[in-house]
Design a protein around this ligand. Structure first.
Ligand SMILES: C[S@@+](CC[C@H](N)C(=O)[O-])C[C@H]1O[C@@H](n2cnc3c(N)ncnc32)[C@H](O)[C@@H]1O
Length: 210
C-alpha cells in the first residue's frame, strides 16, 4: 500500500514494459512492485538486510519476479547499463508530516545535513548505471529544498551529460499544480485535500544525453 504521492515517481519513467530498470533504494518495495507490474525487468538494490528481507516477502506475496541485491547503492555496479534508474533516496522524511505530525517536533537540521551527502553519492552512482539516452528519476519524501531541488541543481551543474526532462500534467492525471516552474514534481500535504491529502514528495526526471 503506497500513499498517492509515492506512486507518482515510478510513473515518470513512462512505458517501461520490456525495459531494464534499476530500483536503487528499493525496500520495502512499493515502487519495485509498481515497476515490475508495469512489465519492466527490475533489479532492486537496498543496503539494509532486514529491509531486503521485507522486500523479498512483499515480492513473493505479489508473485513478482525481480532480481534483488543487497548492496550499497553508492558503490554497486550493475553487470550492464540500464534503460532507467529510480532512486528513491533515504531522506529526512519531513513530507510524511500529515501522517506523522511528530515530524515537526522530532526532526532537526541534522536529519537533513546527514543525508545530503549520501543522496549526492547515490545520485552520482545512479548516473553511472544508465545507458546513453536512459532516464533517471530521483525522488525523496522530504519537503526540504536541500534534499530535492538543490540536489538536482548541484547534480546538473556537475554533470553536463544530463538534462532535465520536465514532468507534464498529462503524466500525472492532469494535476498541473504538482509541477514546479523547473518541471519537477512537488506534492504537498494539502494537495488532493478532498481525498485526504498526500505526502510531500519531490521528484525530478533527468535524461542521459545519447
Ligand atoms: C525511502 S526508503 C525506500 C522506499 C522504497 N523505494 C519503496 O517504495 O518502498 C529508502 C531506502 O534506502 C535504503 N538505503 C539507504 N542508504 C542506502 C544505500 N547507500 N544504498 C542502498 N540503499 C540505501 C534504506 O535501507 C531504505 O530502504
Amino acid at each position: 500500500m503506497q500513499d498517492a504521492a509515492a506512486a507518482l515517481p515510478a510513473r515518470l519513467l513512462g512505458d517501461i514494459s520490456g525495459k531494464t530498470v534499476i530500483d536503487l533504494c528499493a525496500a520495502p518495495g512499493g515502487k519495485t512492485a509498481q515497476l515490475a507490474s508495469a512489465g519492466a525487468s527490475v533489479t532492486a538494490v537496498d543496503r539494509a538486510p532486514p529491509r531486503v528481507k521485507l522486500l523479498n516477502i512483499n515480492l513473493r506475496r505479489l508473485k513478482l519476479q525481480v532480481e534483488v541485491v543487497t548492496a550499497d547503492g553508492a558503490t554497486w555496479k550493475p553487470a550492464a547499463p540500464a534503460d532507467a534508474v529510480l532512486l528513491d533516496a533515504p531522506c529526512s522524511a519531513t513530507g510524511t508530516i500529515r501522517r506523522h505530525p511528530d515530524v515537526a517536533l522530532l526532526k532537526t537540521e541534522r536529519d537533513v545535513t546527514s543525508v545530503k551527502p549520501v543522496q549526492a553519492e547515490l545520485l552520482k552512482n545512479a548516473a553511472r548505471m544508465l545507458k546513453p539516452g536512459g532516464t533517471l528519476v530521483y525522488c525523496v519524501c522530504s519537503l526540504q529544498p536541500e534534499e530535492g531541488p538543490q540536489q538536482i541543481a548541484a547534480f546538473l551543474k556537475a554533470n553536463q551529460g544530463f538534462s532535465r526532462k520536465p514532468v507534464t500534467a498529462g503524466e500525472i492525471g492532469g494535476l498541473s499544480e504538482l509541477i514546479t516552474p523547473d518541471g519537477d514534481l512537488r506534492t504537498l500535504p494539502f494537495h488532493l485535500a478532498e481525498q485526504g491529502g498526500m505526502d510531500g514528495f519531490f521528484a525530478a526526471r533527468l535524461v542521459k544525453k545519447g
